[in-house]
Design a protein around this ligand. Structure first.
Ligand SMILES: Nc1ncnc2c1ncn2[C@@H]1O[C@H](COP(=O)(O)OP(=O)(O)OP(=O)(O)O)[C@@H](O)[C@H]1O
Ligand SMILES: [Mg+2]
Length: 449
């Protein structure tokens, strides 16, 4: 609005006007005109500058409001001077209430406060230093934020505070965490799938081989049994002959062919052959169990009864000094085959005895703990043996993997057990205990009560 033009004479008292000549008056009027014009020009300039200032303020405000990153401008004492809408929304406070608040008030924990203090202690903060802190959001939740810290200077270049800009990492971290978990689960599923596939094809191969071997082994076994009987008969017949007075050439032949020695050796040879054939038959039987084609009867099985039977049987066959500490859980039933489950438990207990009993200086011990949680029962078999060598951990479930001496183990126990447990919808895993010894964990789904 233009200034009202003042009249040069209106403010002067009439007695002062007298005695002043006209030239002086004109001069005064002229000067006043000049002053007035300058005032008008200044006012126009001021209004223009005002408009420009308002425009740039509006521009800065729109930038700050549009920023999705949080922004804090604070002074040298760490008191907030300026914030943006993203921060106000995150912490659930207004810009006015935040102004003058110490930055530490927004931090969620002692570690963040320590980080902040450490950074503010530096007289000249590094350009672009990143501060990892946790803020507390409007709902009281902890939100991790990486704040980019930049020094703020005035027009003389003097440090007047800091500008902190950052993005809440909560969502990003959560998404990353979920992604990693999904990736791990996928990897586990893939490994399990590969293992199952390997087992299935091995099962088919082994079942075929076992089937083919079964017939010849049955011949061998059957024939050796017959040979044993024939041997006994031949033995008694020859003994009767030898009691007679035989011609000298027959006597000579008896000595030359070492018939007496041969007759003495025959039973142990047949015994050895029978033992070998029997062992081969056992291995073939083990291999046949490997086949998924074997379907056995499925019925509700009381799991603790199976464990107790397995302990009894293994202890009968092993030294009495084997100490098994059994913690029975609540009664629960599993849908499955009692014979197969007994085979799994017996193999786990036998393996524990074999490992822990290998050292004569201490009593072999096994702890079996049973827990039922939700829809599954878990059995932990922890022994005091030497544990499993780290390079063997991934191989113990492989068929034919054994560290036992020849004739002691076939290396099929755990792979068969793994297959059985899988068929029952459960899991079997192996690990080493921190205090030493191995631990096998068996999980099976239970029949809902
Ligand atoms: N409790 C254990 N402590 C240390 N090593 C173990 C334990 N259980 C199993 N192992 C290792 O895993 C291998 C494979 O076990 P698995 O039961 O499959 O076969 P095995 O016991 O050697 O033979 P089989 O069971 O056919 O008589 C064992 O030879 C042994 O090296
Ligand atoms: Mg075994």
């Amino acid at each position: 609005m233009p200034l009202p033009r003042p009249s040069p004479l209106q403010h002067l008292p009439s007695e002062e006007l007298e005695g002043v000549d006209e030239a002086t008056w004109l001069d005064v009027i002229h000067k006043m005109d000049e002053v007035y014009s300058k005032l008008v020009a200044d006012e126009v300039e001021l209004e223009e500058k005002n408009a420009q200032l308002e425009q740039s303020q509006q521009f800065i405000f729109s930038l700050l409001s549009a920023m999705s990153d949080v922004l804090i401008a604070c002074n040298q004492d760490g008191l907030i001077e300026e914030t943006n809408a993203a921060l106000c929304e995150l912490v659930g406070r207004t810009e006015q209430s935040l102004r003058g608040t110490p930055v530490v008030e927004l931090l969620a924990d002692a570690a963040s406060v320590a980080h902040w203090r450490q950074s503010t202690e530096q007289q000249t903060p590094r350009e672009g230093a990143v501060l990892e802190v946790n803020l507390r959001d409007a709902r009281g939740q902890v939100v991790p934020v990486d704040l980019n810290c930049t020094p703020r200077r005035n027009s003389d270049g003097r440090l007047v505070g800091r500008v902190l800009v950052g993005r809440p990492l909560g969502e990003l971290k959560r998404a990353y965490h979920q992604l990693r978990e999904a990736h791990e689960a996928l990897k586990r599923a893939q490994q399990q799938l590969m293992h199952s596939e390997k087992m299935a094809s091995l099962g088919r191969l082994v079942a075929g081989v076992a089937h083919e071997l079964n017939n010849p082994i049955s011949f061998v076994l059957g024939n050796v049994h017959v040979l044993q009987r024939y041997g006994t008969r031949l033995d008694s017949y020859l003994a009767a002959l030898h009691r007679l007075e035989l011609p000298s050439d027959v006597q000579a032949q008896r000595a030359e062919l070492r018939i007496d020695h041969l007759l003495k050796d025959l039973p142990s040879l047949l015994e050895g052959t029978l033992e070998g054939a029997q062992r081969t038959a056992d291995i073939v039987n083990g291999l046949k169990r490997f086949s998924t084609a074997v379907h056995e009867e499925i019925a509700p099985v009381e799991i603790s009864e199976v464990v107790e039977r397995a302990i009894l049987w293994v202890k009968k066959g092993t030294a009495p000094r084997f100490e098994v500490h059994w913690t029975r859980g609540p009664d629960c039933q599993v849908s499955g085959n009692a014979g197969q489950l007994l085979q799994v438990m017996m193999n786990l207990i036998q393996n524990a005895y074999d490992a822990a009993g290998s050292d004569d200086t201490r009593t072999p011990e096994l702890r079996i703990e049973m827990t039922v949680s939700g829809s599954s029962v878990q059995l932990r078999f922890a022994d005091n043996g030497p544990g499993i060598a780290p390079e063997h951990l991934s191989r113990v479930f492989d068929p034919f993997f054994t560290t036992k001496r020849v004739g002691k183990g076939t290396g099929l126990g755990l792979s068969i057990s793994y297959g059985i447990v899988e068929q029952h919808g459960g899991k079997l895993s192996a690990a080493n205990l921190p205090q030493g010894g191995a631990e096998f964990v068996l999980t099976l789904p239970v029949i809902p009560p």
